[in-house]
Design a protein around this ligand. Sequence first.
Ligand code: GEK
Length: 252
Amino acid sequence: MTDNKDTIYREADSDNQANVAPFKFDTKVANVFSDMISRSVPSYRPILQMLPTLTREFRQHEANYYDLGCSLGAGLHAMAEGLKPLPHKEDISASLVGIDNSQAMIAKAMESRCPYSNLNVEYKQQDILETEISNAAMVLMNFTLQFIDIEYRDSLIEKIYRGLNNGGALVLSEKVSYADQRTQTLMTDIHHGYKLEQGYSQLEISRKRDAIENVLVPETLETHIERLSSAGFHVITPWFQNLQFLSILAVK
Ligand code: GEK
């Protein structure tokens, strides 16, 4: 994984913000992705830190674990930590599959190695709308659903539900929006402050905002809960939140 600094919107060759091109997960982004997401999403690192613990709760022998929209594979590696041989737990073997439709992301993800021989890890360049989910103990979508067209979100969540084994879990992390305009404005302002503190300039922040508009489309927490409930999930609860970035645990 790379620690290159994200200066994409500092370097953007445009004084005219209307010309900022829509955001894409290309090579430029893949090269700085770890830094970009850590300095933009305040809950990203804490969620990754807790993922091994969450995954341990859903250890299942010979089951599949999916990371949909895996980028560089950080979520998949965190799941692997939860599935490695443990002193007081029975050893399991399991398959971990990372899916991303960005060629640049998958190429970089494939450079990493999983150190645990009980785990079979593979990466696929694929649209997650095409991915077959079966015999799944856990599916992770760590800030990915927000990039899927809203019209396909219901059927994607239904497909995940069908592919999970009973007792299996979906971990769904998302940036959410707020129905109440004052709350929306306040959270946006505080997030803006977070990005300034992380070293982004006002210009970088506003260029990124323009680029990501209509590419990342957040929904309210209520909409997510309603969708998960309609798909059939039983336990549905946010387990982590930092500003408008939260993660939901949903169990079949
Ligand atoms: C992490 N989960 O580091 N099919 C496959 N991949 C897609 C699709 C699609 N239709 N649409 C977007 N992506 C990661 C972080 S980033 C979140 C996830 C962010 C991929 C896209 O290529 C990108 O790699 C990822 O979803 C979203 O834990 O950048 O805010």
